[in-house]
Design a protein. Structure first.
Length: 277
């Protein structure tokens, strides 16, 4: 993977790129991922055998700068588009988004359908599922955990190394990335993102689904999501049915599918894109 920094209004957005194929897949991370380019590395590698893969880390994630700016979804989409401009990536691109990142992919496709050739939801959080999810309680919890003080320091000291251990980082990677992970752990950007979540959901929900764009949903068994298994899958499939061309695959694995079946996901995405693009 190669790394790039895009200066956007005086702050840097970090992006990794892998592969050299004509078709580009842009991976969008879920919420609260400390180091997206490391967390999704297991998926980037097999997917880059078929496509050029970009993973931009939004502000406050990975090696990107932290921002105190509001995190409305339209602003985030413009930041991603600025990265593609900076890297001279031609459109349309495939948007493959995990969890809450799918809201950003949907909004991108709603505003700029000519820039998106296909949507891939990797266990996506759709507008349907948020009708059963207490968004305000979630935002309050994030604010409590992010509040400076002894609890935050203790959580950071114990939780961050444990989370990074799951990524099988080398000693050099641990040395380089640990300070960023500590900075990002319940940082101010995540707080603003949580505060903006209700407005973002309502904005995406008011606009119709970009039904003319082919959509693939890769769905977990619901473990690790805020809803019961059947509700999570049923809500996702109900939203997927709005798309003219759609397909889905169910996995008996938890929410972080990229950890469990990255090769299978890459092959499923390639098969879908070969069929519809």
């Amino acid at each position: 993977m190669t790394e790039h920094l895009t200066n956007y209004h005086g702050k840097n957005i970090h992006t990794v790129r892998a592969g050299s194929a004509p078709q580009t897949v842009v991976l969008l991370a879920g919420s609260g991922i400390l180091l997206p380019h490391m967390v999704y590395r297991s998926l980037i590698e097999p997917l880059s055998e078929y496509y050029t893969v970009l993973l931009p880390s939004r502000f406050g994630y990975g090696l990107s700068d932290v921002t105190d700016a509001p995190r409305n979804v339209d602003a985030v989409v413009e930041e991603y588009r600025a990265v593609l401009d900076d890297l001279e990536v031609s459109r349309p691109v495939v948007l493959a988004a995990h969890s809450m990142g799918f809201l950003e992919a949907l909004r991108w496709a709603q505003k700029y359908p000519e820039e998106v050739s296909a949507l891939v939801g990797i266990d996506p959080a759709t507008p349907e599922c948020y009708r059963k999810f207490n968004v305000d309680s979630y935002a309050d919890q994030i604010e409590r955990l992010a509040r400076p003080g002894m609890m935050h320091r203790v959580m950071t000291a114990f939780s961050v190394p444990k989370m990074l251990k799951r990524l099988s980082l080398s000693k050099e990677e641990m040395r380089r990335y640990l300070p960023y992970a500590r900075r990002n752990f319940f940082g101010p950007t995540l707080v603003n993102e949580a505060r903006a979540l209700r407005e973002n959901i309502e904005l995406v929900d008011r606009a119709h689904a970009p039904y003319q764009i082919p959509a693939l949903f890769l769905l977990s068994n619901g473990e690790g999501t805020p809803l019961p298994k059947d509700d999570w899958r049923e809500d996702a499939l109900a939203y997927l049915s709005l798309f003219d061309e759609n397909d889905s695959r169910l996995y008996d694995h938890p929410h972080d599918l990229h950890r469990y079946v990255p090769q299978e996901i890459a092959e499923e995405i390639d098969g879908f894109l070969m069929k519809y693009l």
